[in-house]
Design a protein around this ligand. Structure first.
Ligand SMILES: Cc1cc2nc3c(=O)[nH]c(=O)nc-3n(C[C@H](O)[C@H](O)[C@H](O)COP(=O)(O)OP(=O)(O)OC[C@H]3O[C@@H](n4cnc5c(N)ncnc54)[C@H](O)[C@@H]3O)c2cc1C
Length: 453
């Protein structure tokens, strides 16, 4: 079918903006990404690429192992300390409690599709695909050192130097502090701090292995996602592999009393040491090897009823900032981009854009609202961990109520069904199906005269 070519402006060059830009380029639209930094580069540690997002990246021509150097998830373990002096035995016969993620993936035939990547590698792969001369569509144009200061849903944005850029579609991918939602809602609803932060750092796997104090940590084998929970359950450390298993990403969560804004910052080795001080001593040794140390503030916003107005659409954290407890912020951003690509295919006129964006709302708002709420509380998380050990146990009311409020279909009966809903979701197929049914509906609604015109 023919596709009318759009001029698309994507505001923000993070994971959400670049995924949307790539998906739209592949539909042969002319795409410009506007980004305030002077060098388009991600920073920070790693990110999980769960199967619901890895299938989108694959569809967009990205090979997770070759292009992103992602590690394949193979096991999940949890260690709970009873005292600060406890020393663990790692490995298959060690003290770790196996978390049932492998079984959950096997049950939906997705073992091997869950990846863990360095953020820089994922971002580079997306950027390279966007600007490559090869592949479907024209290379994406990236305009750096340019900040958007006002949004016009009729099809333009204004930059801080006064320049106005026009588009048939404006994609707001400007992250958790985006103001574009206010244009859609008619009022501001900023993301709010959670009272938690996460000190994230990277350690080379070989540095861990070369030190006899820390080497046993790697007995859990490649592709392991491990939680180390301290005796007072206030400071948790998580670890997972990235960059072909050559690096280990660590994230140390703790309550914070100064999360008065959502602006992260680089942090020091001393802060890592302090943060790990409630865990057994070997973790202090891990902390001395840390690099790329960054303190992330964690926040979210209550679900909002719409992500679109006229030609303006929100994607990623601009639409649905969420806590990282489900590891879904980037994954949902990737789903957004994949969905938008499908919805902007087979256009017969530019005037169809607002109606297509209504379909985006139909597909994305209910799903991402549920993920936002599932990600919200540690109580829910602990509850989920518990019930995953008994896959047939009924869902706690706290979770069921989220699906009843925002879900479209039946409420999942147990956690395996929640997993199928989250990780088994194919947003590309879902968008294609909705497009097909809307097309049929439009044809049915046509009068015989219209059909012959
Ligand atoms: C501690 C932590 C751990 C996480 N772990 C995971 C995980 O394991 N798995 C997962 O899926 N997700 C995870 N997430 C979430 C994930 O990192 C985010 O959801 C995702 O990166 C959002 O991408 P984004 O492109 O929407 O936003 P961002 O990455 O914030 O990008 C926004 C971009 O917009 C630009 N911008 C901002 N303002 C303007 C403007 N006015 N004009 C033009 N450009 C602008 C910025 O410069 C930036 O480049 C985690 C988040 C945190 C805090």
């Amino acid at each position: 079918m023919p596709n009318v070519q759009l001029n698309v402006v994507v505001v923000g060059g993070g994971i959400a903006g670049l995924t949307a830009a790539l998906a739209l380029r592949r539909q042969r639209h002319i795409v410009t990404v506007v980004e305030p930094s002077s060098w388009l580069r991600e920073f920070g540690a790693a990110v999980t690429i769960t199967p619901n997002s890895s299938r989108v990246l694959t569809e967009l021509g990205i090979d997770l192992k070759r292009d992103v150097k992602a590690a394949v998830f193979r096991s999940a373990k949890e260690y709970r300390c009873t005292s600060k002096d406890q020393s663990f035995r790692f490995g298959s016969n060690g003290d770790g409690r196996e978390l049932p993620w492998v079984d959950r993936l096997k049950a939906i035939n997705l073992l091997g599709k869950f990846y863990m990547a360095h953020r820089v590698d994922l971002h580079e792969a997306l950027k390279n695909k966007c600007i490559s001369q090869d592949g479907p569509g024209e290379p994406v144009r990236i305009v750096l050192s340019s900040k958007v200061v006002s949004w016009h849903p009729e099809g333009s944005v204004k930059l801080s130097d006064g320049t106005e850029i026009f588009g048939d579609l404006i994609v707001a991918a400007d992250g958790i502090r985006s103001e574009a939602h206010a244009i859609i809602l008619g009022h501001k609803s900023p993301a709010t701090p959670s009272g938690l932060d996460n000190l994230r750092f990277i350690v080379k796997t070989e540095d861990i292995l070369n030190d006899p104090t820390t080497a046993p940590l790697m007995d859990d084998g490649p592709g392991c996602f491990a939680f180390y929970v301290d005796p007072v359950r206030k400071r948790n450390l998580l670890r997972y592999a990235c960059r072909n298993d050559g690096m280990q990403n660590f994230g140390a969560y703790a309550p914070t009393d100064n999360a008065d804004n959502l602006i992260g910052r680089q942090a020091s080795l001393a802060e890592v040491s302090e943060r790990l001080s409630t865990l057994p001593p070997m973790f202090q040794a891990i902390g001395t090897k840390a690099s790329s140390i960054y303190l992330w503030k964690i926040g979210d916003r209550k679900p909002i009823p719409s992500y679109t107005k006229d030609k303006l659409v929100l994607v990623g954290d601009a639409a649905h900032p969420m806590w990282p407890r489900q590891g879904q912020g980037a994954a949902q951003s990737i789903e957004d981009g994949g969905t938008l690509g499908v919805l902007m295919s087979n256009l017969t006129s530019k005037a169809e854009v607002p109606a297509r964006l209504k379909l985006y709302d139909e597909l994305r708002v209910h799903r991402t609202s549920i993920v936002q709420l599932l990600s919200r509380t540690s109580e829910v998380q602990d509850e989920m961990m518990k019930i995953t050990r008994f896959p047939d146990a009924p869902l706690p009311e706290e979770i069921a109520v989220i699906f009843r409020r925002f879900g479209k279909g039946s409420v999942p009966a147990n956690y395996q069904e929640v997993t199928g809903w989250l990780w088994g979701h194919d947003c590309i197929k879902e968008a294609q199906a909705l497009m097909a049914s809307s097309f049929l509906k439009a044809q049915e609604e046509m009068t015989p005269l219209q059909m012959h015109l």
